[in-house]
Design a protein around this ligand. Structure first.
Ligand code: HSE
Length: 462
């Protein structure tokens, strides 16, 4: 089927008489909701935008598939023709190609674009923004980060007169759901992931969420916006939640923390950094209260102080809300001849390597409980310039057994079994460089009284 091709631009006259033709690329969970709202709420949207937003067509791969509430005659498999006839293009296909080529085609033809494509923006954002600047059109992408939560516009526009110093985000609902189930219902990681799949939060292959890649794309976008500096996804240090154990989560609770997967963007004296990793968040921090599949972004700015943005980070209707907000905004720009969403990368600050990050850590060790062991452990930290904040020691929960008879390998008949004294040490450090902490952990692993390093988790939000 061919696409409707007649190109219409905003005509002069009363707002309700003006028409902007909208091309929708993709009709998945979000696209279906966007199309339904465009069809059902035409009057309200026209009043808000200043022109009728006419859904000209929807590009899909399979035009024969019936989509509930979507007239079949709107479907087309000729995305290029659809784009060529549009004033505004909504890209909800995801992935790099053909989304990238279609967006560039739309921009080249003078159309403004709304996209939710975080992967494309995190990898090729500058290419799109430069093309949009040259063409004098908008590229809006509120839905690319944290679904329904208004965060792109507040960081770019509301905070344009402030200095953002740090952004801490729970920007992946699947992993937040999994970690919350591990915390609240004592599930292990695999069981919680299976439950997330059953409830439709996690994909059949949940790797992009579990390994932190989805959050890393969002971290790159947030860092770029917050610091007026281009940060691409390959500059984001990324560690997912696969290594988080039920025991880590339990220890976090006992020591006053909650484990969260955080996307972190920071501006320090040396430059900017973006990273994604599981972290211990103090139980009293607002991010610790973000439960289930919800998202939240905590922004710290010099003037504004702390700000928290909270809401649904995924799903058809929540994400469609952000898409339609952008659509109304780019429609208004088009009618007034303005351009609202230019990229600001003027600061061009150095993007720091992952091992330059400065963070507090909680290190859990199982050690032999003898005189001087704590001093030896503390000495290793001191040797690497890592300052201790707190130390907590408890008897190991599964004491190692040895035998009084020598040698210890085989018990002599009648030998008395006695537990060898073993302790768990939980050391929380002051802020230290990632590289110093890595060297410290390597040295602790080689220390004779250290039986094992149980876990190393970063502490954020303090
Ligand atoms: N899969 C993502 C999440 C939503 O679980 O939050 C889309 O980015």
């Amino acid at each position: 089927m061919s696409a409707p091709v007649a190109r219409a631009t905003a005509s002069s006259g009363a707002p309700q008489e003006r028409v902007l033709r909208v091309a929708l690329l993709g009709c998945g969970v979000v696209g279906t909701q966007v199309a339904r709202i465009l069809l059902d709420q035409t009057g309200d949207l026209a009043a808000r935008a200043g022109a009728t937003l006419e859904l000209a067509g929807i590009a899909v791969r399979d035009t024969s598939r019936v989509r509930d509430g979507i007239p079949a005659d709107l479907l087309t498999d000729d995305a290029e023709a659809l784009v060529d006839g549009a004033d505004l293009v909504i890209e909800l296909m995801g992935g790099i190609e053909p989304a990238r080529s279609l967006i560039l085609r739309a921009i080249g033809a003078g159309a403004s674009v709304v996209t939710a494509n975080k992967a494309l923006l995190a990898e090729q954002g500058p290419v799109l923004f430069e093309a949009a600047d040259d063409a004098g059109v908008d590229v809006a992408f509120e839905a690319a980060v944290a679904g329904a939560i208004p965060i792109v516009r507040p960081v770019r526009e509301s905070l344009a007169g402030d200095h953002v110093t740090r952004v801490l985000g729970i920007v992946n609902g699947t992993t937040n759901y999994v970690l919350d189930e591990m915390t609240s219902n004592s599930l292990d990681l695999d069981a919680a992931v299976e439950q997330a799949k059953e409830l439709g939060y996690a994909e059949a292959d949940p790797s992009a969420d579990i390994d932190g890649l989805d959050a890393a794309a969002k971290a790159a976008i947030l860092a770029s916006l917050a610091f007026h500096t281009r940060v691409s996804i390959d500059q984001v240090a990324c560690e997912g939640i696969r290594a988080v154990t039920a025991e880590d989560v339990d220890w976090a609770r006992r020591t006053g923390y909650v484990v969260k997967l955080l996307a972190i963007a920071e501006h320090t004296a040396e430059g900017v950094s973006a990273r994604v990793h599981p972290a211990l968040v103090p139980a009293e921090h607002p991010l610790a209260a973000v439960r289930g599949a919800f998202n939240a972004v905590f922004v710290e700015a010099d003037g504004a102080g702390p700000l928290m943005f909270y809401g649904q980070g995924a799903g058809g209707r929540p994400t469609a809300s952000a898409v339609l907000g952008d659509l109304v905004s780019v429609a208004r720009d088009r009618l007034t001849g303005g351009k609202g969403s230019f990229e600001s990368a003027y600061a061009s600050l150095p993007v720091l390597p992952p091992d330059a990050a400065v963070t507090r850590y909680q290190v859990r060790l199982e050690v032999e409980d003898h005189t001087g062991v704590l001093a030896q452990v503390a000495g290793v930290l001191a040797d690497h310039g890592v300052s201790i904040d707190t130390v907590r020691q408890s008897v190991a929960e599964t004491p190692a057994y040895t035998f009084t008879a020598e040698p210890a390998s085989e018990p002599a008949p009648g030998a008395v079994r006695t537990p060898e004294p073993v302790a768990d040490l939980v050391i929380t450090t002051h802020a230290a460089r990632e590289a110093s902490l890595a060297a410290t952990v390597a040295a602790l692993e080689g220390l004779a009284p250290v039986r094992r390093i149980i876990s190393v988790l970063r502490v954020e939000g303090v």
